[in-house]
Design a protein around this ligand. Structure first.
Ligand SMILES: Nc1ncnc2c1ncn2[C@@H]1O[C@H](COP(=O)(O)OP(=O)(O)OP(=O)(O)O)[C@@H](O)[C@H]1O
Ligand SMILES: O=P(O)(O)O[C@H]1[C@H](OP(=O)(O)O)[C@@H](OP(=O)(O)O)[C@@H](O)[C@@H](O)[C@@H]1OP(=O)(O)O
Ligand SMILES: [Mg+2]
Ligand SMILES: [Mg+2]
Length: 366
């Protein structure tokens, strides 16, 4: 109806913990004020029976959810699914997760980036195989190969010497522990928005200390303590977190853009450490899908802007497609116009979604 504001509905499917942290009143209200209603998807009912949704936002694991999304997509080709389950799946394995980093090409004169040396171990025998150890030196971090969001997948072991290997349970990734001054950088990506924050990490291990340390040390989600624990945490002062300089923003943005394009994902963060041996070398050690955005200052605005961007992009695309079909009906000249309209759609989608490339067209289901 003329004069009536067009409203959009985004369905979300999240685990209870994520729903509690992410779906805050402040976010719901801001989105609402800009014409976007956030609606909880009922996991007890088939997704195709719900909605209609202009977009679906999700972080759930498993084949059932994947096939529900497939069904929804085929019945609602115009809805935007953020993000594609196949693209997310790459992050559920700690090898494929970081492979994409090694393939990135970024021109930068003053900083370099990469991943720590690492090997994958599938069985207990290979764990003690000298050949496997040719590449690595202690200390190493043993990480479960699978990163499926379970508590188990976050259980890490810092291993100081061979004695510490016996307790490990393959399949695991053994990654060289790199001294980085006890501070980790978390780079949050929301579409083309990028924000880098500092968090506490494991302290450095000196050569001298390494000789005295026994076996191994187990830990879990060291950079993810609740805020109240951090406030009175002496560690923060001890590690001079405030004094630690952030990596250059433009460098982090270039990496974020490269990762986003290569992975075809819009919602993720990655953990970066600065190698203390070379002050300009950065290592990416972890990438997480749909991380704890509520911990990011101003997350409501950032996420609402993103919702509006993807929805308006979709609307523009729909408008152009309709225009195209009208011109097609209009007569013979329509054929020429049809081609120019298709070009227009392609440009619109590419430009709004990612400033530097055509491959991004598929990242949101446009
Ligand atoms: N190669 C490394 N060198 C030094 N420290 C590391 C390395 N890998 C991991 N760490 C430390 O261990 C922590 C946990 O590792 P990682 O980020 O891989 O685990 P995670 O459970 O996936 O974390 P998240 O909660 O971010 O998902 C890091 O935040 C960092 O403090
Ligand atoms: O809530 P979720 O279960 O999604 O937990 C994610 C957590 O976000 P939260 O802060 O909302 O807990 C993230 O924290 P930050 O990196 O942003 O600090 C990070 O630890 C992810 O790896 C977790 O995802 P998972 O690897 O377990 O799937
Ligand atoms: Mg991490
Ligand atoms: Mg992780």
């Amino acid at each position: 109806m003329a004069g009536e504001e067009r409203r959009f509905k985004i369905g979300y499917a999240l685990l209870p913990k994520k729903e509690n942290s992410f779906i805050r009143e402040s976010l719901v209200n801001l989105a609402k004020s800009r014409g976007v209603d956030l609606v909880k998807i009922d996991r007890e009912r088939p997704l195709v029976d719900q909605g209609p949704f202009d977009s679906v936002l999700h972080k759930l694991y498993g084949e059932d959810w994947k096939s529900q999304l497939e069904g929804f997509r085929s019945q609602n080709p115009n809805a935007v699914i953020v993000d594609s389950p196949d693209a997310i799946e790459r992050l559920h394995n700690r090898i494929s997760m970081l492979q994409v980093v090694s393939e990135l090409k970024i021109e930068n004169q003053s900083e370099t980036f990469g991943i720590p040396k690492q090997i994958v171990i599938y069985d207990q025998e290979t764990l003690f195989d000298n050949q496997a150890w040719e590449l690595l030196k202690f200390p190493v971090i043993a990480k479960p190969l699978v990163a499926d969001g379970s508590a188990k997948s976050h259980k890490m072991t810092l291993v100081f010497n061979r004695d510490g290997l016996s307790k490990l349970k393959p399949p695991i990734v053994l990654q060289e522990f790199v001294n980085h001054g006890g501070v980790i950088f978390k780079v949050y990506v929301v579409g083309d928005y990028v924000q880098c924050v500092k968090r506490k990490s494991l302290p450095d291990v000196s050569e001298e200390k390494l000789k005295t340390l026994e076996g191994s040390l187990r830990f879990s989600q060291v950079s993810n303590l609740p805020t109240h624990e951090k406030n009175d945490d002496q560690y923060y002062k001890m590690m001079h977190l405030e004094d630690t300089e952030l990596p250059p923003q433009s460098f982090m943005t270039d990496i974020a853009k490269g990762l986003r394009k290569a992975m075809k994902l819009n919602l993720f963060n990655f953990d970066v450490i600065r190698d203390t041996r070379f002050g300009n070398r950065y290592l990416i050690i972890d990438i997480n899908y749909f991380p704890g955005y509520a911990k990011m200052p101003g997350y409501e605005m950032v996420l609402t802007d993103f919702f509006c961007d993807i929805l308006s992009m979709k609307e523009r695309e729909k408008g152009l497609v309709e225009e195209r079909s009208q011109k097609k009906i209009a007569g013979t000249d329509g054929r020429l116009l049809l081609n120019s309209c298709e070009e227009e759609v392609r440009k619109t989608v590419t430009n709004s979604c990612c400033s530097d490339g055509e491959e991004m067209e598929n990242s949101i289901q446009v």
